[in-house]
Design a protein around this ligand. Structure first.
Ligand code: SF4
Ligand code: SF4
Length: 277
């Protein structure tokens, strides 16, 4: 018989799977609901709520296989933490905004809220797996349960949620988690701007790079055991020939914007971008 800790771990692993995008089960919500610009690596300057010109009637992207050639970094990097399929299939039970234009605005609003809830859920699950023995774990578990209840509500209720107070509690817990991890390792050298900096082959075990600008920084060959990347900006950060499998708080979107190769090792819950191969 399984003990309650291993049951909880199974639950967290199942939840992590639901936070991976499944565009086949979605109605192209991100390509429609979001405002985006050419400068951020999207095909055009587009208002929120207007479908991208490359979105086909079946909600597939007509240039999906050419995103690399067109250098559409924004499209390649975007990751909704599974909010798209959750909204389409569970909250709206398979309805799409095209056949139901009267529901479109509400659906897009709901998507933006569920996206934020799923992003917080992602970080909470990471926090839960990092901490070994700590009372914070109980608070994290409660926040995870609360999150699940919120995304099971109907659209009208979701729109009325007080997201700010939930976010404040999540941020508090994440700060406590980072403190607990870094007090173990005693890293006090937190700088917030490391743009373009070379760390090549350094031992950065346990370093805190949370919320740091790491754009085009070079981490090739570094040791990154328990290195904290929570919220770090990793656009064009070099992780070729680098083991990130034990780094903390990485998201798929960060990885999608970074540079790596076949020799880059990722945590098992993240997928290697095609263009790295
Ligand atoms: S919202 Fe998410 S699931 Fe839907 S198309 Fe965009 S990335 Fe895919
Ligand atoms: S180019 Fe494709 S992936 Fe990018 S926004 Fe348009 S439809 Fe979506």
């Amino acid at each position: 018989m399984k003990n309650s800790d291993s049951e909880k771990n199974d639950l967290y692993n199942e939840l992590l799977i639901t936070l991976s995008i499944n565009c086949e089960e979605c109605c192209g919500i991100c390509c429609t609901a979001l405002y985006y610009t050419k400068m951020d690596g999207f095909p055009e300057d587009k208002a929120a709520g207007k479908p991208c010109g490359n979105l086909k009637d079946d909600f597939k992207c007509s240039i999906h296989n050419d995103l690399v050639d067109y250098k559409l970094k924004g499209c390649m990097a975007y990751d909704c933490f599974g909010a798209g399929q959750k909204v389409t299939q569970e909250i709206y039970r398979g309805l799409d905004w095209k056949k139901n234009p009267e529901a479109a605005d509400q659906m897009f609003q709901v998507f933006l809220i569920v996206y934020q809830l799923h992003q917080m859920l992602w970080y909470l699950i990471q926090a839960k797996t990092i901490l070994i023995d700590n009372t914070i774990k109980i608070d994290i578990h409660n926040l995870i349960e609360e999150n699940g209840k919120m995304t099971q509500m109907g659209p009208e209720e979701i729109i009325k949620l007080d997201l700010e107070q939930y976010r404040d509690r999540v941020n508090h817990i994440l700060k406590e988690t980072c403190k607990a991890v870094h007090s173990e390792i005693a890293d006090n050298n937190h700088s917030i701007d490391c743009m373009g900096k070379s760390f090549k082959k350094q031992n950065l075990d346990g370093k805190d790079f949370s919320m740091t600008l790491l754009i085009a920084a070079d981490f090739e060959g570094c040791s990154l055991n328990k290195t904290n990347f929570l919220g770090a900006d990793m656009r064009d950060t070099n992780f070729r020939n680098t083991d990130l499998s034990k780094s903390l708080f990485l998201t798929q979107m960060q990885i999608n914007t970074a540079m790596g190769n076949d020799n880059t090792k990722l945590p098992e819950y993240l997928t290697m971008p095609e263009r790295w191969r």
